[in-house]
Ligand binder design. Structure first.
Ligand SMILES: C[S@@+](CC[C@H](N)C(=O)[O-])C[C@H]1O[C@@H](n2cnc3c(N)ncnc32)[C@H](O)[C@@H]1O
Length: 301
């Protein structure tokens, strides 16, 4: 399969639902804050929208660039963290957009590259940076964070019930030699779980926690989402696809705060979930939650 081949492409989650909120037809300007390999973006462009796509991962952007090149000047792709989205837009001379999409988390591309260190199933370095130019790797956290702090990260960002036990096992293992690989860490974590079958792989929560910490994902979401709401024109819609409860809570609370200030109308009383047919086709969609909200056309009194 070639580099640009569809195996590396991420299947866009809840695409129909996202499009029905964003309604990109007629040249609407949509900011895709997490363009990834361009699945949602392509569908937005096919329907006649214009697109600014951001991603902090240059490898994903390069694939998106090739995939979306046929849309010519209707697409602009920028290497940026969405926590700086206002600045990224203002560099392009854009003050307002008609819609914003956040599709959070990592892409299939990132997960499929062992060298990026996101997957506990394949041997790779403990990296986990979405932007390989980022300052901190997972190896640094795993080998340098004091045990107590490590336990806090695992509990807070992974909601890991065995956080203390895992942090202790990591601290013991690294006394002998630094922990270098994804599979080595996964083995240490697995030994902290009671034997038997588990609903999810024992390393899932630890890897999620480290990834969130390495990429400072939750603060980026707080900042990026607030800016996204600010750059929406009246009537503009923001859609957020989240994949775990920590992200969803941030989105829910921000929407509620802005709605209470009459700056936003919530379009999804409860988050929408993917249809069973979609989950069957694409199991990665299973934990998705979609929330959408609109900036009022006229100031609400
Ligand atoms: C789930 S993928 C997006 C997939 C895309 N919607 C598609 O259909 O191909 C999430 C993307 O968001 C990017 N990302 C995550 N956090 C980001 C941030 N703070 N700023 C910019 N991009 C981010 C990741 O690098 C990844 O490529």
């Amino acid at each position: 399969m070639s580099e640009t081949g569809s195996a590396a492409w991420h299947e866009p989650v809840m695409l129909g639902e996202v499009l029905s909120f964003l309604r990109p037809e007629g040249g609407k300007l949509i900011l895709d804050a997490t363009v990834g390999t361009g699945g949602h973006a392509e569908a937005i462009l096919v329907r006649g929208g214009r697109l600014v796509g951001l991603d902090r991962d240059p490898e994903a952007l390069e694939l998106a660039r090739r995939r979306l090149s046929r849309f010519g000047e209707r697409t602009l792709l920028v290497h940026a963290n969405f926590r700086n989205l206002r600045e990224a837009l203002s560099r392009l001379g854009i003050k307002q957009v008609d819609g914003v999409l956040f599709d959070l988390g990592i892409s299939s591309l990132q997960l499929s590259r062992p060298a990026r260190g996101f997957s506990f199933r394949e041997e790779g370095p403990l990296d986990m940076r979405m932007d390989p130019g980022g300052p901190l790797t997972a190896a640094e956290l795993v080998n340098r964070l004091p045990e107590e702090e490590l336990a806090r990260v695992l509990r807070q960002y992974g909601e890991e019930r065995y956080a203390r036990r895992i942090a202790r096992a990591i601290a013991r293992a690294r006394e002998k030699a630094p922990i270098r690989s994804t599979t080595e860490l996964a083995r240490i974590v697995t030994h902290c779980y009671p034997p038997g079958r588990h609903r999810i792989h024992p390393a899932t929560r630890t890897f999620q926690a480290l990834r969130i910490a390495v990429n400072d994902e939750l603060s980026a979401l707080e900042e990026g989402l607030a800016q996204a709401i600010d750059v929406l024109r009246p009537g503009g819609v923001v859609c957020v696809l989240s994949f775990h409860s920590l992200e969803d809570r941030i989105v829910k609370n921000m929407f509620r705060r802005k709605a209470a200030q009459r700056n936003l109308e919530i379009l999804t009383k409860k988050p929408l979930r993917p249809r069973p047919e979609e989950v069957e086709r694409n199991p990665k969609a299973r934990s998705a939650k979609l929330r959408a909200a609109r900036v009022p056309e006229v100031a609400l009194s």
